[in-house]
Design a protein around this ligand. Sequence first.
Ligand code: SF4
Length: 264
Amino acid sequence: MQIKKRLFVALLSISVLFLGGLAIIVWYLLTHQGILLNQILFTLLIGAVVVFLVIIGLGILFLVLALWSSGGIHTPQNMMLLAVNSLFPIALSLGQLVGIDREKIRASFIAVNNQLVHNRGVHVKPEQVLILAPHCLQWSDCPHKITIDVNNCRRCGKCPIDDLHRLADTYGVKLAVATGGTLARSFVKNYRPKAIVAVACERDLTSGIQDVKDLPVMGVLNIRPQGPCFNTLVDIKEVEKSICDFLGFATKENTFSDGLNFRL
Ligand code: SF4
């Protein structure tokens, strides 16, 4: 397990302990402060919280096993997803409380997600894979409206959209460029992909992955040498690796000699 993934798993574990501690404190206060409560109802409530925490705890345990064994040990996806999705906001707040950067926690979540998607061994046909790219990858002075139709790109090589086109052609997958979550959702609705390779910043990738829970999404972080949302770049090799993961074969030889696009 890499350090990036450990951070998120550690925060999830602390979150479940935090919730457990909170439940014990509430239980103690309510039973020792002379507040009149229906004892049966109260016990049932605490019982439900305990059952929830046990399920979440098991979810984290399975998550650790899945990451540690790289998919070698079969673990229940639903429990892991429940643990990740229900504890993610708490993990994010707790991490911030102890001074860990939000983006670092989100990047850790994305790394965990990618590993879990890889472990699932999803293999689909090329036309069922969609590369979903953000508009900020497009060269800021480009006059062509590629969000309406990505084929409006003239493939001049001034931005990574050209490389993404080349990848889409090489592997026969679909490509779409979205300006935000609403357009991204409409692309998913229209193209009906079985797997998505999404390029975006930490925040957009995290919300996107959580948005389409049922679809396997591999997230690739964009690179922001000129600040957020402006002339961003992407490691094209990472995108290629994710596509090939879904197609079930190794990357084609010499598709890209240089993973990073620094042509701006
Ligand atoms: S490759 Fe050229 S034409 Fe295509 S989006 Fe980038 S700048 Fe525009």
